[in-house]
Design a protein around this ligand. Structure first.
Ligand code: ADP
Ligand code: MG
Length: 260
C-alpha cells in the first residue's frame, strides 16, 4: 500500500475532431510530477484540465507527444491510475463496501485480502459504519469519500482528481481537504489534482501548475513551501496571500480567452 510513481507529460497535443469542427485543446503541454508529490493544476475553464487528466488516465487518445507513469508509456486505462471525478461515479446498485471492493475483486485479489482492504480504506475515510449503505443514502461529501476509498483500494501508483470537491459546500469541502491530506500522508501516493479554487490549490499542493487559456499550456509552476501539516489558518499568512494574488493575476490575464 505504498506504491507511487512519477508522471511525465512530454509535449502533448490534443485535438478533438468532431463532425463540424476541430478543437485544439492542448498544444505541446509538458509537465512532470514527482513520486509522492501533491501537484495541483489550476486554469481557466475550458483550458484542457479535464482533457489532460483523461489523457493521463488513458481514457482519451493523444494527438501527439508522450505521457508516461512510472516510466511506462500510457496507452490505455490501468489500475496504476486511480481517478476521482467531480460528479459522483459510484455504482448505485452496490453498497459502500461493495463499491470499494469492486476494483480488487476485478483484479482477483483473494477474498480475505479484499475484505481487509475495504475495512482499511473505509476506516481511513471515516465511513466504516456506513459499509452497508447505498450511495443514494449518502451526502455528497460521503460519496466522495467512498470514491477516494474506492480509488485507493486498487493501490494505484497515482491518483488523478478532477475537481473532486467542486460540488460540495464550503464546510464539507474543508473537511474533505483535511481528510485528503491525511490519506495522502498515509498512502504516499502521487496526486495530480485539478481545482478552480486557488485557496484549495495552495493549501493542498507541493507545487501549483497554472495553465493558460485554450489551447492549454503550462504558464507557470509555483513551489508551495508551507510546512505540513498545514492548518486552515495559513490562508491568513502574507506569503499565502501573495501567492494567491500571483495566481489570480496569471488567471486574470487569460480572461476573454474563455468562450464557455
Ligand atoms: P477544462 O477541464 O479545463 O474546463 P476541458 O478539458 O473539459 O477543459 O475542455 C477543453 C476544451 O476541449 C474545451 O474547449 C472543450 O469544449 C473541448 N472539449 C472537451 N471535450 C471534448 C470532446 N469530447 N469533443 C470536442 N471538444 C471537447
Ligand atoms: Mg474540467
Amino acid at each position: 500500500m505504498t506504491s507511487s510513481a512519477d508522471i511525465t507529460v512530454d509535449k502533448v497535443t490534443l485535438r478533438y475532431e468532431t463532425a463540424k469542427t476541430t478543437v485544439l485543446a492542448l498544444d505541446g503541454l509538458s509537465l512532470s510530477v514527482k513520486p509522492n508529490e501533491f501537484a495541483v493544476i489550476v486554469g481557466p475553464s475550458g483550458c484542457g484540465k479535464s482533457s489532460l487528466l483523461y489523457l493521463i488516465a488513458g481514457l482519451e487518445g493523444i494527438t501527439s507527444g508522450r505521457i508516461s507513469v512510472g516510466g511506462k508509456t500510457v496507452e490505455a486505462p490501468g489500475a496504476d491510475r486511480g481517478m476521482v471525478f467531480q460528479s459522483y461515479t459510484l455504482f448505485p446498485w452496490l453498497t459502500v463496501a461493495q463499491n470499494v471492493e469492486y476494483g480488487p475483486k476485478r483484479r482477483n485479489v483473494p477474498e480475505a485480502a479484499r475484505k481487509e482492504l475495504v475495512e482499511h480504506y473505509l476506516s481511513e475515510v471515516g465511513l466504516a459504519e456506513f459499509r452497508d449503505h447505498y450511495p443514494s443514502q449518502l451526502s455528497g461529501g460521503m460519496k466522495q469519500r467512498v470514491a477516494i476509498a474506492r480509488a485507493l483500494a486498487n493501490d494505484p501508483a497515482v491518483l488523478l482528481m478532477d475537481e473532486p470537491f467542486g460540488a460540495l459546500d464550503s464546510q464539507t469541502r474543508h473537511t474533505m481537504q483535511r481528510l485528503l491530506l491525511r490519506v495522502w500522508d498515509h498512502s504516499h501516493k502521487t496526486v495530480l489534482f485539478v481545482t478552480h479554487d486557488i485557496d484549495e490549490a495552495i493549501l493542498l499542493a507541493d507545487r501549483v501548475f497554472v495553465m493558460s487559456g485554450r489551447p492549454g499550456q503550462i504558464r507557470k509552476v509555483l513551489n508551495v513551501d508551507f510546512a505540513r501539516p498545514r492548518s486552515s489558518e495559513i490562508v491568513l499568512d502574507p506569503a499565502f496571500i501573495s501567492m494567491k494574488r500571483e495566481i489570480m493575476g496569471l488567471l486574470k490575464s487569460d480572461e476573454g480567452d474563455d468562450d464557455h
